[in-house]
Ligand binder design. Sequence first.
Ligand SMILES: CC(=O)N[C@H](C=O)[C@@H](O)[C@H](O)[C@H](O)COP(=O)(O)O
Length: 231
Amino acid sequence: MTTAAADVLATLRGRLVVSCQAYPGEPMRSPEIMAAVAAAVVEGGAAAVRVQGVEDVRATVARVGVPVVGLWKDGDAGVYITPTLRHARAVAEAGAHVVAIDATRRPRPDGSTVADTVHMLHEEHGVLVMADCDDLASAVAAAEAGADIVGTTLAGYTQARPRTEGPDLELLREVVAAVGNVPVVAEGRIHTHEHARAALAAGAHAVCVGTAITHPTSLTRWFVDAMAGGA
Ligand SMILES: CC(=O)N[C@H](C=O)[C@@H](O)[C@H](O)[C@H](O)COP(=O)(O)O
């Protein structure tokens, strides 16, 4: 690992990563807007940002001075987070410091493996790789494949684990215990300050929050629903 890569991991320790994503067809779905959201969360203390789409990565890297975790979501079913070597290359070429990839054990559309992708990203681009996992076995396999960061991103979004109400802290604990010194990022349904603190207490190297910070439609709906329920 290069010094720059080690610095990125050190920067993240105990800190907040904010995922800045708008979904296809949504009002905020534009690289410039997402880069502005990223700049705003950095002003609030985000140690890094996670950004979807090649153009969003490019615009965000140009705008913020913190590490950018880039991914390319292609579709929303099956393996869709940076699913092939082509997608991974494009995200790295757009300037991401860390490339996040689907690291579940499902077959990838181009027949590549997680290990192939990690190897290519390290050798050709010198970037870090975040493995978006869905269970313990995928996390252990990703660590063995050389991933620099293991994330619980996909827990509850595949058949492997039930979707917990908040973060899947049980899985987080198991992964932290199993992957040794590979940093584990807690990600997925971290909606409150308590969730974030619990994730750190469970051994997360860093905590990644998306919806609860950067998705105003969901935030608004949470209030609307709570008011309708008389909460
Ligand atoms: C499952 C999947 O596709 N997760 C995506 C990964 O990049 C994003 O849609 C999430 O917003 C992100 O993981 C952060 O999670 P949350 O928004 O729950 O804080």
